[in-house]
Design a protein around this ligand. Structure first.
Ligand code: ADP
Ligand code: MG
Length: 686
């Protein structure tokens, strides 16, 4: 291939190396023996292959709509072929009077059959007779197609490449025992056959083998990271439960812990006492009570002479955590401070001094601020709340300089289906709070359309008059998003119309406000001075106002499932009956309708996460996106769940018998991992 085409391949498809080309898999195969007649093309026809003589090649149109057209004639009729791009190149390569095999997506133009940007190859005797094989068709781009690198021509390159490759170039990487047990074909054969399969069955075998390999390797990497941390990492030791923890537990704990909270605390205590670094994911549905777990573990750190910090993704959340935690710890001689972007310089300096002196034990703040400015005296524990807002790389910065890294607890309220969590976060240990505090009633969730707004507001009024509070949420405001901003302001005016001062007071919080404005508005709602909080999704995570029992979500069709679930999690936090009302326009797409149906019938966050996965696919699952661990070339987490389970159990089996992969059977595997090492940037979770 010439350098120009080579550059185009790099630019358009990121194919730089032979390996990239080999792993550019076909998305389908066509049975090459089948040559259709032009007369058979009808409006239902999709991709089709025809053969005939090329006639009347001409370029028409001015600069704007220049096109190259030609006619293909077979025994049954004429087909128009059209190019809009790469015209001069196509013109140079095509020859009138020559016979061609033509492939492409059939359509109609002025009632005549047409193919735009067809793939062309000169028809030889051999091709006309045909051999029974499946020809691969590859993903490509318009630009490449216009330069003679259509889906078929890429196949030609791959074919050439495959003649150059020997078995030793693509050694087996899975252990023989695994191959035998699962009856998987070898890697070399699979890679050849996925491109040029002798049969459909062979193709399927190849796909299965390669998908399994992807899933197995991903799982193996995270498992190795985890087991190696267990074996070789250093960690600070929290081996005593001391005065802080015990006094708090005995005298200040505001409620009995749930069984799940107790279990999780036990798991964390065991993990932090061993002298190895803890890296743990704590999952718990919204409202399951993660904060109190965080508090107790921070006290454990203090009991053992270490500092702890709790990082939240937004200023509102950080402030709220600070308020909750300082109230809980008011009776204890443990100092707690808040550090955010809006902390005044004097306060900030004081905090920094106390931290480096070691007198400040617990720091709450926004992650950016903490990472930026702070030197701890002896940081022993980092708790990261609402993890999905954090970039993976950000986390490492805080403790990368420490010789003995602090324990890390990542808390997330966006449930991820367990199988996925085990792959995406397989290098972390895992705890789950799968029980809500007692007395919680499920939030009644209903769908109402715009035309019922008056009724909805009437219902709100009745509840507010009983002393309750309400959230009214509008879709997110981006800094630049003028339309949404106007929607919000209009919405605010409408709400004001229904709830006039001085009987009712309304707070408003959105992304364009300064943090002081947000704070004042939030605070008035928290204290009950305002009955209604009109906001954008800045309140999405974490906010806790138990007296708020009403959640109205405007344009609910614009929100994803996990977002809706998060929002709904803001109510149903006290003992009173809570309601979530999903307002939408009357014309809904199928997906939106399905999301609303799920929200109205399902309350468990893990179940919702499963549905979300089915609806959207793994690429969009909150919290897994940045991990990169679920971006597979072939495997699809939704469709290939059972294969993923299989890969997980095989990985466990292999590591159980041979943790360092030293056996002869695992030698290739070890070599392969070693060669791939540079590809695992995403694993830098700790
Ligand atoms: P999340 O897991 O969503 O962060 P929070 O920690 O904010 O949940 O807790 C939600 C609410 O439940 C808070 O008001 C908290 O005080 C309360 N809570 C937590 N644990 C218990 C418990 N064991 N019994 C009763 N209430 C609890
Ligand atoms: Mg929380």
């Amino acid at each position: 291939m010439g350098p120009q085409k080579g550059d185009l391949l790099k630019k358009e498809l990121s194919i730089f190396t032979f390996r990239d080309l080999l792993e550019h898999f076909p998305y389908r195969h066509v049975d090459k023996t089948k040559i259709s007649s032009i007369a058979d093309i009808n409006p239902q026809t999709e991709y089709i292959q025809v053969a005939g003589v090329l006639l009347n090649i001409e370029v028409t149109g001015g600069k704007g709509v220049r096109r190259l057209t030609a006619q293909l004639k077979d025994r049954t009729g004429f087909l128009e072929l059209t190019w809009f791009q790469g015209i001069s190149w196509v013109q140079k390569t095509l020859q009138a009077g020559q016979s061609y095999l033509v492939f492409g997506k059939a359509g109609f133009y002025q009632n005549r059959p047409q193919i735009i940007h067809p793939e062309m190859e000169v028809l030889t005797q051999e091709k006309q007779e045909g051999k029974n094989f499946l020809e691969p068709v590859y993903p490509t781009t318009e630009k490449l197609r216009g330069r003679g690198l259509g889906g078929r021509q890429i196949g030609k390159l791959t074919q050439v490449l495959l003649t150059m490759i020997r078995e030793k170039d693509i050694p087996e990487n899975l252990p023989g025992s695994v191959l035998n047990q699962l009856k998987l074909i070898d890697r070399f054969t699979a890679l050849r056959q996925i491109h040029f399969p002798p049969s459909t069955a062979a193709y399927e075998e190849s796909v299965k083998r390669l998908k399994f390999e992807e899933l197995f390797m991903a799982q193996l990497r995270v498992n190795l990271l985890r087991t190696n941390r267990h074996r070789f990492s250093k960690g600070v030791v929290f081996d005593k439960v001391g005065e802080f923890f015990n006094t708090f537990y005995k005298n200040y704990l505001p409620f009995e812990l749930t069984g799940a909270q107790k279990r999780v605390i036990k798991e964390i205590r065991a993990d932090t006492a061993r002298g190895k670094q803890m890296n743990r994911l704590l999952q718990g549905d919204v409202g399951s009570g993660k904060t109190i777990v965080a508090v107790l573990i921070m006290l454990l750190a203090a009991d053992n002479g270490y500092q702890a910090c709790l990082m939240a993704p937004t200023e509102i959340l950080a402030k709220q955590h600070f308020a909750t935690i300082s109230a809980l710890l008011a009776g204890l001689p443990v100092s707690v401070q808040l550090l955010t972007g809006s902390s005044k310089k004097k306060v900030r300096n004081k905090i920094i001094n106390e931290l480096s002196a070691g007198t400040l034990k617990i720091l709450v703040g926004t992650h950016a601020v903490i990472e930026e400015v702070v030197q701890f005296n002896n940081l022993g524990l980092v708790i990261i709340d609402e993890q999905h807002r954090f970039g993976v790389a950000q986390r490492a910065r805080l403790w990368e300089k420490a010789e003995v890294p602090p324990h890390i607890l990542v808390m997330t309220a966006t449930p991820i289906p367990r199988t996925l969590a085990m792959t995406a976060y397989g290098d972390l240990d895992y705890s789950i709070i799968d029980e809500l505090p007692p007395g919680r009633q499920p939030v009644t969730t209903v769908h109402r359309s715009e035309s019922q707004r008056g009724k909805v507001m009437g219902f709100l009024k009745a509840e507010i008059d009983k002393g309750r509070q309400a959230y009214i949420v509008f879709p997110l405001i981006e800094e630049s998003d003028k339309m949404n901003y106007e929607n919000l302001m209009r919405g605010y005016d409408t709400v004001k119309g229904y709830f006039p001062e001085p009987k009712y007071w309304i707070s408003m919080v959105h992304g364009r406000q300064t943090s002081d404005q947000k704070e004042i508005n939030m605070q008035r709602f928290v204290t009950g001075d305002t009955q209604i909080l009109v906001s954008t999704t800045v309140i999405e995570v974490g906010v806790n106002v138990p007296n708020a029992t009403l959640m109205v979500i405007e344009s609910a069709e614009k929100f994803g499932l996990s977002q809706l679930h998060q929002l709904r999690g803001r109510v149903g936090r006290g003992a009173d009956k809570s309601y979530c009302i999903l307002l939408s326009g009357s014309h809904l797409g199928n997906d939106a309708r399905e999301r609303i149906r799920i929200m109205s019938t399902v309350s468990n966050g893990f179940e919702i996460a499963e549905k979300d996965l089915e609806l959207r696919g793994p690429g969009d699952i909150e919290g897994t996106r940045q991990s990169g661990a679920l971006n597979f070339k072939l495997a699809n987490i939704v469709q290939d769940r059972s294969l993923l389970e299989l890969a997980r159990s095989m990985v466990s089996l292999v590591l159980e018998n041979d943790a360092d992969l030293l056996s002869a059977d695992n030698l290739q595997l070890r070599k392969f991992l070693h060669e791939q090492k540079e590809n695992i940037v995403w694993s830098k979770i700790s």
